[in-house]
Write a protein that binds this ligand. Structure first.
Ligand code: FE2
Length: 214
């Protein structure tokens, strides 16, 4: 099946200054981790450099951005329900629910991977137009492998502040390109949703090693 996504413009539904708050929390609380380099990286990436990326864990999001945590489990959950006929539920474990993904400058990115959760929601908190990097690049085909395979036939989702997107990328490899401006900051709220056919317990087993880093 070809990759598709569902998008909403939700800035008008969020509290005043929501974007500034999210970026401030990202700047203050993001934890940056180095992951050993792999071949599953954007073509422009330099060989031998580790993957570096930042994340604000779910517990801090719940404490510092309560409106986002509430939206995840109410308003956004309702919007997400249009994506599938299955019942959609939020994560019970706060670590798997909503977190902020943060990249700064041109030496951070998210490597090529497939998701373990059946529905991912992204609320973009910064804008990165075409040519400035930071786009989510997703393989249109389910048999694509690695960055070269993704790039050969891909959909590109360019971050626009206030845009909320939902997708199922369990079968579609994807990565986030690094920013071209070394001072630019990319912040996105990443939200995990689950279904009866793909429950949270699957995710918990697969991601436990990564969560230990946080
Ligand atoms: Fe992903």
């Amino acid at each position: 099946m070809r990759f598709s996504w569902l998008g909403y413009e939700v800035a008008g539904l969020l509290p005043e200054h929501w974007q500034e708050q999210a970026v401030e929390v990202a700047n203050k609380h993001a934890i940056f981790v180095d992951v050993p380099g792999s071949s599953s990286r954007p073509r422009e990436a330099r060989e031998g450099t580790p993957l570096r990326r930042g994340r604000v864990p779910g517990k801090i999001v719940a404490d510092r951005l309560p409106w986002l945590f509430d939206a995840y489990s109410s308003m956004f959950l309702e919007l997400a329900s249009k994506f599938t006929t299955e019942e959609i539920v939020c994560a019970k474990d706060i670590r798997y629910g909503v977190s902020l993904n943060v990249t700064i400058g041109n030496d951070m990115w998210f490597e090529c991977h497939v998701d373990s959760n059946p529905l991912e929601g992204l609320l973009f908190c910064t804008t990165h137009p075409p040519g400035s990097g930071g786009e989510l690049v997703v393989a249109n085909r389910s048999d694509a492998v690695g960055v070269a395979g993704v790039d050969a036939d891909s959909s590109r989702i360019y971050p626009i502040t206030g845009q909320l997107v939902f997708f199922d990328a369990r079968q579609h490899a994807h990565y986030v390109r690094e920013l071209s401006d070394q001072h630019a900051v990319r912040v996105v709220a990443a939200m995990n949703y689950y279904t009866p056919s793909c429950p949270e317990s699957v995710r918990a087993m697969e991601d436990s090693s990564y969560l230990r880093l946080l």
